[in-house]
Design a protein around this ligand. Structure first.
Ligand SMILES: C[S@@+](CC[C@H](N)C(=O)[O-])C[C@H]1O[C@@H](n2cnc3c(N)ncnc32)[C@H](O)[C@@H]1O
Length: 224
């Protein structure tokens, strides 16, 4: 799953989301001069994108990545980003209180209490989940009817430590080519809902055009 994700992401298909995150981080009061923690960083694609953007603007972005998958963190380490990386759980973040300016979570589990604890007062949480139309071109090959995934936003919307400041929807269409199509299926939870026959059908496609729709919600930590 992690290797499929790395091959697919390195193909640039989710660049519009990476660009939206770079803009959102740059728009923070501290700009790139801050400490950012990617919770559930996987193989480090978004850390890499942020490190590249900070380097081009000659700023000192301090990056920390955390993931429960040792294989994921190892691949992230191979990117040689100068980030601090750790194998641990989003539910037990091995950082001091108030030590992070911005937390990022892209399609990963989130623990509001732990995230609030490590964030500085007025720190931000950038949370990305699937929008309603996300990957409907792929799910059409799997389900009779598309059932949108709600994302993990509810736990934050109900938590007193977080105030929703902004929602940015990133929507576009991508055309995925050749073996990248099976990588896309393999890196999503849909893979576990497909039969071997459906996997073969998807793998046999040469082109797949699908909407991608990301919801980026920016929450501010409150002093509740
Ligand atoms: C869908 S992947 C997203 C990875 C990365 N954010 C990206 O978008 O490429 C979800 C990630 O969450 C990680 N994960 C799952 N449970 C976790 C937990 N309790 N604590 C930290 N990471 C976790 C997985 O190992 C995986 O890398």
């Amino acid at each position: 799953m992690i290797k499929s994700r790395q091959r697919f992401l390195n193909g640039g298909y989710y660049q519009p989301l990476a660009d939206a995150l770079i803009t959102a981080v740059n728009n923070c009061p501290l700009g790139f001069e801050q400490r950012l923690l990617d919770i559930g960083c996987g193989e480090g694609y978004y850390l890499q994108q942020l490190a590249n953007a900070a380097k081009s603007s000659n700023t000192n972005l301090k990056l920390v990545g955390l993931d429960i998958s040792k294989a994921g963190v190892r691949l992230a380490a191979n990117r040689k980003l100068g980030a601090q990386l750790v194998v641990d759980s989003a539910y037990k973040i091995p950082l001091f209180d108030n030590s992070i300016d911005t937390a990022l979570s892209v399609f990963s589990p989130i623990c509001p209490d732990e995230t609030a604890r490590v964030l500085s007062a007025d720190g931000l949480l950038m949370m990305v989940g699937p929008g309603e139309e996300h990957l409907t071109g792929l799910t059409a090959h799997i389900y009779e009817q598309h059932q949108p995934h709600g994302g993990n936003f509810n736990v934050l919307d109900e938590h007193p430590a977080f105030d929703l400041k902004e929602q940015i929807d990133v929507k576009t269409s991508i055309t995925v080519k050749g073996p990248d199509i099976l990588d896309l299926l393999t890196m999503t939870p849909y893979y576990w809902h497909t039969s071997a026959e459906q996997q073969e059908q998807v793998a046999a496609l040469t082109l797949l055009t699908t909407p991608v729709h990301f919801s980026l919600r920016i929450y501010q930590r409150t002093s509740f």
